[in-house]
Design a protein around this ligand. Structure first.
Ligand code: IMP
Length: 433
């Protein structure tokens, strides 16, 4: 019953798409469990680049069932645009299955995401403005609209009307915006209903049955551990739970369904949006990492903030997710670097901290304690095995492994599928060989 979870261990954008792609060819089902179209996965398959936001990457493999679980928030316009675009490129999208319990991102959620950010001014979170926070807020307030509401236009209309009654007051009186018309929202969304409804089912049952048949199910994480609503750098986080337990809730499976929990981590750290980032580089080195690593957001196109590798964060992610192994991506980005720094601890007011401080104000002011490692100054993107990597590159990987206390099973040395090296030593990794 192999359930494999792929979890981002940083602030998202760790290269989950590439690792999913590596494993997806050998699995039966790929499930997205949290987040919405704020996530962006870039996959290079058969020389073609696909940028997916909502659709699980399993859609690109004819023998895989792609599933959008109940924990995802769906903007139906974005989903259908994405499916149409895939369809026009010859991808069979009819296999997609969607949970009836997933919540819909409504036009007023998009509006609120924009106006609240604007009103926060300097304190803004730097959201992707895809309406994610307001949609999850309505879910928690129990005034959300779910995919299953598309089955009944009357109920759908009642829910939209109830939601807009107070939201329009806030939009007009607090934010000075025009009200949103109930009829317009209903007309647009009910227009999507036929196409969406034909893909809806009880996805929790579907996934659990696949596991019971001993099929391999890949649970595709979105965002990363440090963006987790409970465990991330709150309030500079997303509004869902990208950690492993969020996968269980968002797919409707128990914790025992996760046989392997693979933490995806970049060889350095990036973050978009606002919030603390201890190893952030404000100099040429940071620019160089961003330039070589093509660090621009898939969804927003924003330049990502870049910094040295942070082992304190990886240890934190390892603990929160019960990681069984690590996939280290983008090691090739450092090929021209003479020296590398790894943050092994933080310092705050003369005190050494080996763990992420629970107090956010402390996290804002910690100073990284670095350990210097020699670079390898060789192009490693053509390496075909881990053993072929220069000794300095292997030492870097193995130091990260040692600091995290979790084996590194996969090392990425370029964007292509073949540029992914498996480590024999890490025997626990990759049931899919
Ligand atoms: P939201 O998820 O749009 O509400 O944005 C909240 C925070 O999460 C912002 O800092 C975003 O930049 C960040 N964020 C959301 N999704 C992603 C992602 O897929 N990668 C990286 N950062 C993300």
């Amino acid at each position: 019953m192999p359930g494999i979870a792929l979890i981002g261990t940083q602030w998202g954008d760790e290269g989950k798409g590439k690792i999913t792609d590596l494993l997806a060819g050998d699995v039966d089902m790929v499930v997205r469990c949290t987040g919405g179209d704020n996530a962006g996965h870039t996959l290079v398959v058969g020389g073609e680049t696909y940028k997916l936001r909502l659709t699980p990457s399993g859609i690109l493999y004819p023998d895989v069932t792609p599933v959008i679980g109940n924990g995802v928030v769906i903007n139906p316009r974005v989903l259908l645009e994405e499916l149409d675009s895939l369809d026009s490129r010859g991808v069979d999208v009819s296999r997609l299955r969607i949970s009836g319990n997933a919540h819909l991102v409504m036009p007023y959620h998009l509006e609120f995401d924009k106006v609240t950010e604007r009103f926060l001014g300097k304190r803004q979170l730097g959201t992707t403005k895809k309406g994610i926070g307001p949609t999850y807020a309505d879910k928690a307030m129990r005034v959300g609209v779910r995919v299953q509401d598309l089955y009944d236009p009357k109920i759908f209309g009642q829910k939209v009307e109830a939601a807009l009654r107070d939201k329009n007051q806030i939009l007009t009186r607090v934010y000075g915006r025009l009200p949103i018309e109930v009829d317009e929202v209903c007309e647009e969304y009910l227009g999507y209903a036929d196409r969406i409804v034909e893909m809806v089912c009880d996805t929790s049952l579907l996934v659990n049955e696949a596991l019971r048949r001993d099929e391999t199910v890949l649970f595709e994480g979105a965002q990363g551990t440090l963006l987790d609503l409970d465990h991330g750098t709150y309030p500079y986080v997303t509004s869902s739970n990208p950690v492993a337990t969020g996968i269980c809730t968002g797919a409707g499976v128990g914790p025992k369904a996760l046989d392997e929990i693979v933490g995806i981590t970049k060889a350095y750290v990036t973050r978009v949006g606002t919030g603390p980032f201890p190893t952030e580089l404000f100099d040429e080195t940071g620019d160089e990492i961003g330039r070589i690593g093509h660090e621009f957001g898939t969804v927003t196109g924003r330049k990502r903030r870049c910094g040295w590798f942070d082992a304190v964060l990886l240890r934190y992610a390892s603990r929160l997710n019960s990681l069984t192994s690590i996939a280290l991506t983008k090691l090739d980005v450092f090929s021209s670097f003479e020296k590398l720094q790894i943050c092994v601890a933080y310092e705050h007011q003369g005190e050494r901290l080996d763990e992420v401080p629970f107090h956010q104000s402390v996290m804002h002011h910690v100073v990284p304690v670095y350990e210097e490692m020699p670079g390898w100054r060789t192009d490693i993107s053509e390496a075909t095995s881990y053993a072929e990597l220069p000794a300095e590159a292997r030492a870097y990987v193995e130091r990260i492994e040692q600091l995290a206390g979790v084996p590194v099973g996969i090392v990425g040395v370029g964007p292509g599928r073949r540029q992914t090296l498996r480590r024999e030593a890490a025997a626990t990794v990759g049931v899919v060989q």
